[in-house]
Design a protein around this ligand. Structure first.
Ligand code: AMP
Ligand code: ZN
Length: 478
């Protein structure tokens, strides 16, 4: 198969990807800041990272992935203080919700999920290392990174540093490009704020040092891939590069992959704009986890994704199309034997699928290969050209594509129930199969009135039954 090409934010080019250590990809993913529930914009980025991970596994690589949980930053400290609780207590609820949401969206867990507050010692040691090399200075108990001393500063975000005053400082974790200044590695405690007593003094880490310390702890000093949303390019990732490379003298991450925004009416979905949906908001309106996963995965990560309820409905229909197709192949009986052309058609689809993903994770192209196959096989079936012996190959190709997209197993109802959305949940496959079997039994004993009533009840819940000539039954969702 072909090379993997990734668009690398660092070089601005599409480049062939080969990991540094043969057979193993080391990847760092900036996780959520757990000061509130994550919204579906955040999950656009997390679903992309999951697809990336699954694709690299499909290509035969072992994955060593670290995702951090930012459980200390400006907003967490403010919110925890306002709520009158400690920061661990404050963030616990949002960490639990985040983990639950990732499971709901079939996002595979990383090998290491690292909480910032469990790694304060690692951050302190990294700051000490930077101090020994004179990249830092102290002011009022806080420690700053001296960006003028790091010549590569700006290489990721391509920021223009002319006009930046040496020694001008910025204390907040998040800031604009216009505020490119020496940034805080370690912040002196303000009255009433939570702090750690350490060998570099009392205080707490800045946001950026968290990721450098945790990435290098688990992945070594040079990582293969670093990912996040485009809003993290500056200042967060620029600062991660400065801190890490200043300390080690080695390249920090070889490939930087940034997911574009999810938008609502042309604006970034964000907490500060108030235009956001959490997973729970959508489930409360009757939407399903699989539809959301499909929608988030269907637009290639470097393109903006405009979120609409219509788009989510269409995504639900696409998932149903895939599931109904697989159910059809499994339940319908076709003439014996094998057709001449089907094996070649399936191979072509598998090759197109892989080629799409190899081209900078082009999920739209990969999904198009799947839906083209579905269309062609349905046509072949309707024309009587499909044979029983063709079914296993087509099903295997569908399974292979599902190792990336993870949509075929219908767990929607069970997941929604687990989250407490009973009413919104339609029947899942297991429940439908049980009801269909019960109706079949009624037909067998001649109780057609009961069988008809069951058919109507299922129709009310969106399930259509078709009795086949051989006395069997096929079902699909409306
Ligand atoms: P945060 O919790 O703010 O650190 O964000 C967690 C992840 O979500 C980061 O990788 C962000 O870049 C990403 N993110 C935030 N807003 C959006 C959005 N509207 N669309 C896509 N990704 C986003
Ligand atoms: Zn980070």
């Amino acid at each position: 198969m072909g090379d993997i090409l990734f668009q690398n934010t660092l070089t601005g080019r599409k480049e062939p990807f080969v990991p540094l250590h043969p057979g193993e990809v080391r990847m760092y993913t900036c996780g959520p800041t757990v000061y509130d529930f994550a919204h579906i914009g955040n999950f656009r980025t997390f679903v992309f990272q999951d697809i990336l991970r699954r694709f690299l596994r499909m290509k035969g690589y072992r994955i060593l992935q670290v995702m951090n949980l930012t459980d200390v930053d400006d907003r967490i400290i403010q919110n925890a203080a306002a709520a009158g609780v400690g920061i661990r207590e404050y963030t616990e609820k949002y960490i639990r919700a985040f983990l639950e949401d990732t499971r709901t969206l079939n996002i595979q867990p990383p090998e290491h999920l690292a909480r910032a507050t469990d790694h304060i010692d690692d951050m302190v040691r990294l700051i000490q290392r930077l101090s020994e090399k004179s990249f830092t200075y102290s002011s009022d108990g806080s420690i700053y990174f001296r960006i003028a001393k790091f010549p590569g500063y700006g290489k990721l975000s391509k920021i223009d540093l002319s006009g930046i005053q040496a020694g001008a400082r910025v204390d907040v974790d998040r800031y604009e490009k216009a505020d490119a200044r020496d940034f805080a590695l370690w912040k002196a405690p303000k009255p009433g704020e939570y702090f750690w007593e350490t060998s570099i003094g009392p205080g707490r880490p800045g946001w950026h040092i968290e990721c450098s310390a945790m990435a290098m702890k688990y992945l070594g000093e040079t990582l293969d891939i670093h990912t996040g949303g485009v809003d993290l390019i500056f200042p967060h990732h620029e600062n991660e590069i400065a801190q890490s490379e200043a300390a080690t003298g080695k390249p920090f991450a070889r490939f930087w992959l940034h997911a574009e925004f999810l938008l609502v009416e042309s604006e970034k979905m964000s907490k500060s704009l108030g235009n956001f949906y959490t997973l729970r908001d959508l489930f409360a309106r009757g939407h399903r986890p699989s539809a959301l996963r499909f929608l988030l995965a269907s637009v290639p990560y470097r393109r903006q994704l405009n979120f609409t309820m219509d788009g989510l409905q269409q995504a639900a229909s696409s998932v149903e199309r895939l599931r109904n197709f697989v159910a059809r192949l499994k339940t319908e009986k076709f003439p014996a034997g094998q057709s001449d052309s089907m094996a070649g058609r399936v191979r072509q689809a598998a090759a197109d699928f892989e080629k799409g993903l190899e081209d900078d994770v082009n999920t739209a192209q990969a999904l198009a290969a799947v839906f083209d196959l579905v269309r062609d096989v349905n046509t072949a079936i309707d024309r009587g050209e499909f044979r029983q012996g063709d079914a296993p190959q087509v099903l295997a190709a569908m399974q292979e594509s599902d190792s990336i997209f993870s949509l075929l197993v219908d767990e929607d109802a069970a997941k929604l129930r687990a989250l407490g959305f009973d009413a919104a949940a339609g029947p899942d496959d297991v429940e439908i199969e049980a009801l269909v079997a019960e109706r079949q039994a009624a037909r067998k004993r001649g109780d057609y009135r009961y069988a008809d009533r069951m058919r109507e009840q299922l129709a009310e819940r969106g399930i259509i039954l078709e009795d086949t000539r051989d006395g069997g039954v096929r079902w699909k969702r409306k």
